[in-house]
Design a protein around this ligand. Structure first.
Ligand code: FE2
Length: 394
C-alpha cells in the first residue's frame, strides 16, 4: 500500500512547533551552570542530566524506532534516558554523577536524534506522534522550570529581567457553573492518550460556585498571619504530620525578612508580590480552602469549570472546538511556559473561567488565553509541587 505523506503545510507546521519546543528546552538547559548539570535539585527526581537526554530518547523511541522501525546505534542511551537509573535501596534515587555519560556525548546523541526525527517527518503519514513528542517536550519544559526554581542562584546563569508593576487588589469573585456532565478520560483506541487518561467515564456534577481568580500571595498571607500552620483541624492527617514534623509555617519560596517577606523567584529574592498567585503544595492549598470554609474543586468540577457551556453541555476546549485558532503560531503550552519561567503573572492575568464563560457567549476567540485547565496532579506528601490554581469552591 502506498503511504501518503503529510500535507506540506501540516509538515511545516509540525516542524515549526517541534523546533520552537526544542528552543524552549534548550534555553532552559542553557540556564544551568555546566558544573551543576549533574546536580539533583529535588531529592525525589532525576539529576538534571537525565532530562538533557530524555527528551531526545523519548522522540527516538516513539518516532524513529517505534513508528519507523529504525535501528539505533546508541541503544544504551535509548534505554538509559528513557527510564533513568533505578534506586539500589529505598525509594529515593541514589545514583552518582559518575554513573552518567559526559555532556558532550549526550549532546551528540541529541543532534543525531533530531536529524533522524526531522527525516522521519518527511516521510510521515500520521502527524499524531509528532504532536505527542511536542507535547511531551513542553510538559517537561514546565517541570524543568519548576525543578530549576529549586536550584541555587549560583548554579544558574544570571538573567536580567524586569518585574511588572504589581496589579492592584482585585475583589474576589465567584461564578456559578451549571449542573451537567463532566467527561473524564478518553476511550481506548480512539486516539493517543497518556497512560493515566483511560478509560472515558462520565460524572454528573451538580451546580456549584467557583472562584474566578487564583488565590494570591496577599490572600494566603492572611492565612499565615491567622496561624493557619498551627491549627491541626485545618489539615489532613498526612498534611499535619508533614507540617508539624518539618516545622513548616510558610510556603516554600517565601523568606521571612525583618518582619516582612521576600519571594524567592527563579533568579532573585524580591519583596513578596502580593498580587501574584501563591505557589504552594496540595496540602497547603487544602488547608487554606478549609480555613476559607470552602474546598478545592474535584477533578469533575475542574472539567465543568473549564468545559461547561451555560446550557449544561460540554465543549472540546475551554475556548471552543478548535485546537488552535487560525493564524496563531504560539502554542498554548509555549506561551504559558515563556511567561511563567521568567516571571509569574498576576493572579488575574489568565482566568480559564473567565474565558470559558466568555466563550459561551458571543465573545471572539482570544488566542493569548489558550490555557486548558489541566487535571490536577497527584501530590505526594512532603514535596511541594504545583500552583494553587483554578480557585476554590463553595
Ligand atoms: Fe518524559
Amino acid at each position: 500500500m502506498t503511504r501518503t505523506v503529510l500535507d506540506e503545510h501540516l509538515r511545516w507546521s509540525l516542524l515549526s512547533h517541534l523546533r520552537n519546543a526544542r528552543t524552549v528546552t534548550d534555553d532552559l538547559f542553557q540556564l544551568v551552570q555546566p558544573e551543576a548539570l549533574y546536580d539533583r535539585p529535588i531529592p525525589e527526581r532525576h539529576r538534571i542530566v537525565f532530562y538533557l537526554g530524555h527528551l531526545e530518547a523519548f522522540d527516538w523511541n516513539l518516532i524513529c524506532a517505534g513508528a519507523f522501525g529504525m535501528d539505533s546505534s546508541q541503544k544504551e542511551f535509548d534505554r538509559l534516558f528513557a527510564f533513568g537509573i533505578d534506586p539500589t535501596s529505598g525509594d529515593l534515587p541514589d545514583d552518582k554523577p559518575s554513573d552518567w555519560p559526559p555532556e558532550r556525548e549526550i549532546l551528540q546523541y541529541n543532534r543525531n536524534v533530531r536529524e533522524a526525527v526531522d527525516r522521519c517527518l518527511n516521510y510521515a503519514s500520521n502527524d499524531q506522534i509528532f504532536w505527542v513528542a511536542i507535547e511531551h517536550r513542553l510538559r517537561h519544559a514546565e517541570t524543568l522550570t519548576y525543578m530549576l526554581h529549586w536550584l541555587p542562584f549560583e548554579a544558574k546563569q544570571t538573567q536580567i529581567f524586569s518585574l511588572e508593576p504589581q496589579a492592584g487588589r482585585v475583589a474576589s469573585r465567584q461564578v456559578e457553573i451549571p449542573s451537567g456532565v463532566a467527561t473524564l478520560g478518553m476511550p481506548r483506541g480512539a486516539a493517543f492518550g497518556w497512560d493515566n487518561e483511560f478509560d472515558a467515564h462520565h460524572a454528573h456534577v451538580p451546580a456549584f460556585l467557583i472562584d474566578m481568580y487564583k488565590v494570591t500571595n496577599g490572600e494566603y498571607l492572611e492565612f499565615v498571619r491567622a496561624g493557619g500552620y498551627e491549627e491541626p483541624s485545618l489539615w489532613s492527617s498526612e498534611g499535619w504530620e508533614w507540617v508539624a514534623g518539618s516545622g513548616t509555617w510558610y510556603p516554600k519560596f517565601w523568606l521571612p525578612q525583618g518582619g516582612g517577606w521576600l519571594y524567592h523567584t527563579m533568579f532573585a529574592d524580591i519583596p513578596l508580590p502580593l498580587s501574584w498567585p501563591v505557589y504552594v503544595s496540595h496540602a497547603e492549598a487544602q488547608a487554606y480552602a478549609r480555613w476559607k470554609k470552602k474546598s478545592l474543586p474535584t477533578e469533575a468540577q475542574f472539567h465543568r469549570a473549564a468545559f461547561a457551556t451555560p446550557d449544561g453541555a460540554e465543549r472540546l476546549y475551554p475556548w471552543g472546538t478548535c485546537v488552535q485558532s487560525a493564524g496563531t503560531e504560539t502554542s498554548p503550552f509555549t506561551a504559558g511556559i515563556q511567561q511563567l519561567w521568567m516571571r509569574t503573572l498576576p493572579a488575574t492575568a489568565h482566568s480559564e473561567l473567565v474565558d470559558s464563560q466568555a466563550m459561551a457567549g458571543n465573545g471572539p476567540p482570544r488566542p493569548s488565553h489558550h490555557f486548558r485547565v489541566l487535571r490536577p496532579y497527584l501530590f505526594t506528601q512532603g514535596t511541594r509541587r504545583g500552583f494553587l490554581t483554578g480557585g476554590i469552591t463553595s
